[in-house]
Design a protein around this ligand. Structure first.
Ligand SMILES: *Cc1c(COP(=O)(O)O)cnc(C)c1O
Length: 433
């Protein structure tokens, strides 16, 4: 399998090189040169397959010969080592819970897969040069990457996060592991963290001495494994006679784009809905045909505070820039924080289900679509556990949110971080440690 750069001025590369590079040299995102639908035989066996087998069949054309089949099977099985249940909450609506992984967010799936691919490529090398994964986080990415790469041989992880701007639990998830994981607490905003990371990737002094790689959501090894759970959701549908819509709370549009890839492989999802907060570039684009990036706006569903979604170019590539064609498969609606909170409460009152602010946006978008499609069934993705967003959840629901076993005890562990406030401090950190 080859990947080309969506900026079209870089050479094609295989899976391994696309994973190690992250972004193509012309700064474009990598995209597969061919997408071959899965066979009828695959779909007729789907209901009896186990999740690791499904994942292997889904991903293998995109990995090609770069990972041996037995190793790829192991990587997929380790990636999917936690449940991803589809729960029916009303006659028409189900929720796909993506938060049963180690850091309680869907990013665990992509991060675990990518970490294991990189570990495999590191082990194959004749030299023992370490790779440094450098990543900026506004919250969920950092924890997922830290846990995904924890104790992976030959890989060091450096995470930059904005001091005081991630939730208490999120901070503990990225500052308590130790070993090969370091957290840099930046006196600034998420944008400052991201700017420093970008500068490091262009700094020849660093590049000549360290092998840097990124683990953000544009990496193909984080993006593509997100297809797995769309198949797992379909497999758990009880009745497939009605048309089916899947609603994805979206920020950078990597998750929903993976769903659209799953559809391209033949999975029967009839329509997608992208739920957004006040950052509404895509709903506006679908309405007008005019893509206008905007500065991001802060909301309570902060993992979706993105003003220029980086993965949207991949969706465009899937539809070859055909806006009319895209609109047949994708709808998108934007909601305010007040609507999001209100929906968390009304969903709880009607169904006893507690959604987090991101899932709530997905739920709202699904309901909006179903208003005009009463014969359909739908699912929304619950992308994180509500306990991660306790500080913004409605107060009256806080005691309805149990702390999952795997994060109990985390709050008592000491935080280990290094405070920095300038690029030069990041640079010395990377060169001296
Ligand atoms: C990252 C994240 C999103 C947005 O996902 P994209 O792939 O960037 O669209 C939604 N919800 C949660 C909880 C997240 O962490």
């Amino acid at each position: 399998m080859k990947y080309y750069s969506l900026n079209k001025t870089a050479p094609e590369v295989g899976f391994k090189e696309a994973v190690i590079r992250g972004l193509a040299p012309d700064k474009g995102l990598y995209f597969p040169t061919a997408i071959t639908p899965l066979t009828d035989a695959f779909f007729s066996q789907l209901s009896d397959m186990d999740t690791a087998e499904i994942g292997y069949e889904v991903i293998r054309q995109f990995v090609g010969k770069d990972i041996e089949p037995t190793q790829l099977r192991r990587i997929v099985a380790e990636t999917l080592s936690f449940p991803i249940p589809l729960k029916k909450i009303t006659d028409q609506v189900s929720v796909l819970e993506l938060f049963h992984g180690p850091t309680l967010a869907f990013k665990d799936v992509g991060a675990r897969f990518m970490a294991r691919c990189l570990a495999y490529f590191q082990a194959q090398k004749s030299t023992s040069q370490e790779v440094t994964v450098l990543v900026a986080t506004s919250g969920d990415t950092g924890g997922a990457v830290a846990h995904g790469f924890y104790q992976v041989e030959g890989v060091k992880v450096v995470i930059l996060y904005p001091s005081g701007k991630v939730s208490g639990l999120q901070e503990k998830q990225l500052t308590t592991l130790g070993a090969n994981i370091s957290a840099l607490e930046v006196q600034g905003t998420f944008d400052d963290c991201q700017a420093m990371v970008k500068q490091a990737f262009l700094d020849q002094d660093i590049l000549s001495q360290r092998q840097l790689t990124s683990a953000n959501s544009i990496n193909v090894a984080r993006w593509l494994p997100q297809m797995f759970y769309y198949f797992m959701a379909y497999q758990q549908r009880q009745d497939i006679s009605k048309p089916w819509v899947v609603s994805v709370p979206s920020g950078n549009y990597g998750n929903i784009c993976a769903g659209m890839m799953a559809r391209r492989l033949g999975l029967k999802i009839d329509h997608f809905v992208a739920g957004t907060n006040a950052n509404d570039v895509i709903p506006k684009y679908l309405a007008s045909g005019d893509y206008q990036a905007q500065p991001s706006v802060a909301t309570i569903s902060n993992a979706m505070d993105v003003g220029d979604p980086s993965n949207f170019v991949r969706i465009d590539a899937l539809f070859e820039g055909n806006w009319e064609g895209l609109k047949e498969v994708l709808s998108s609606y934007s909601f305010t924080d007040a609507q999001t909170l209100e929906a968390i409460c009304s969903l709880y009152e009607q169904t006893n289900y507690v959604a987090d602010p991101h899932g709530s946006v997905g739920y709202l978008a699904l309901e909006r679509f179903l208003e005009t499609h009463p014969q359909w069934e739908g699912a929304f993705l619950e992308t994180a556990h509500p306990v991660k967003f306790q500080d913004v959840m409605p107060k009256e629901l806080l005691d309805k949110i149990p702390l999952p076993q795997r994060v109990k005890g985390l709050m008592d562990q000491p935080k280990q971080s290094t405070v920095i406030d300038s690029y030069s401090q990041l640079k010395s950190y990377l060169l001296d440690t």
